[in-house]
Design a protein around this ligand. Sequence first.
Ligand SMILES: Nc1ncnc2c1ncn2[C@@H]1O[C@H](COP(=O)(O)OP(=O)(O)OP(=O)(O)O)[C@@H](O)[C@H]1O
Ligand SMILES: [Mg+2]
Length: 237
Amino acid sequence: MDQFSAAKSGTPILRVRSLSHSFNQGGSESEVLTDVSLDVNSGEMVAVVGPSGSGKSTLLLLIAGIEQLQRGTVSVAGIDIATLTDEQVHDYRRQRIGLIFQNFNLLGTLTSLENVALPLELGGMPRKLAAMAAKEALSLVEIDADACHRFPDQLSGGQQQRVAIARSIVGERQLILADEPTGALDVATGREIIGILRERVSSGAAAVIVTHDPQVAASCDRVVNLLDGKLLAGIPL
Ligand SMILES: Nc1ncnc2c1ncn2[C@@H]1O[C@H](COP(=O)(O)OP(=O)(O)OP(=O)(O)O)[C@@H](O)[C@H]1O
Ligand SMILES: [Mg+2]
C-alpha cells in the first residue's frame, strides 16, 4: 500500500485551500485565482464553469501539480502535494490523476494505443498488460482497432478527444480532471463520455469537469463558478 491508498476514509479526495495564483502578463503581475477553496468527495462529479480567461484551466493544472503552487494548498487523498518531491509529483500524476487537457496533449510520435498505455507502462505495468488495458479503455470511448494504430495527426478532433479521455480513465485514477472534455464532440457522444466518467466516479473516483456546456454542468452533482478569479459555492455548507 502506498501513501495515497493509505489515506484515511472520510477525507475528501480533493481538498483545495486558499489557492491564489498570479501570472506575469506584459511585465506586470496579474492575479488569476484569488483565495480559491474547493472540496470534492469520492463519488462526486463537480462542474467548474466561468467565462473564458477566468482561470479554470489554471486551477486544473495547479491541482495536477503541473503549474507550480504559489499560495494555498492542494491535498489529494489527504496528501499535501507541496510536500512531494519532483519524482513523487510525477508518480502522483501518473497513478492518481486522470487529466484531460483542453488541447488533448497527445504525444504526436505515439499511436492512440501507445498514448493510452504509456502512463501504465511508466507506472511499471508490463507492456502486454498495459496494451490490453489501453485497448479496453479505447473501446469504451469507441476508438476502433484501426484508429488505435493511428497517430494523433491522423485522427479527427473528436477522435483525439476520445483518446485523451481513454488515457484519463485507464488504470485506477482517483481524481479525473477534465478540461472541456466534450468540446470537440457532438451532443450524443458528449453525453456518452460524461456517462463513462460518471461510471468511474460511481466506483469511488472523483471528477472536476471544466465546461462551457450547460447540459454537461447540469449532469454533474454540483456546479461551481469561477468569476474574476474567485470561486463561488466551492465548499458545500
Ligand atoms: N502560462 C501563462 N502565462 C501567463 N498568463 C497565463 C498563463 N496561463 C494562463 N494565463 C492567463 O491566465 C488567465 C486564465 O487562463 P486560463 O487558461 O486558466 O483560463 P480559462 O478559464 O481556462 O479560459 P478558457 O475558458 O478560454 O479556456 C488568462 O488571462 C490567461 O491569459
Ligand atoms: Mg481553459
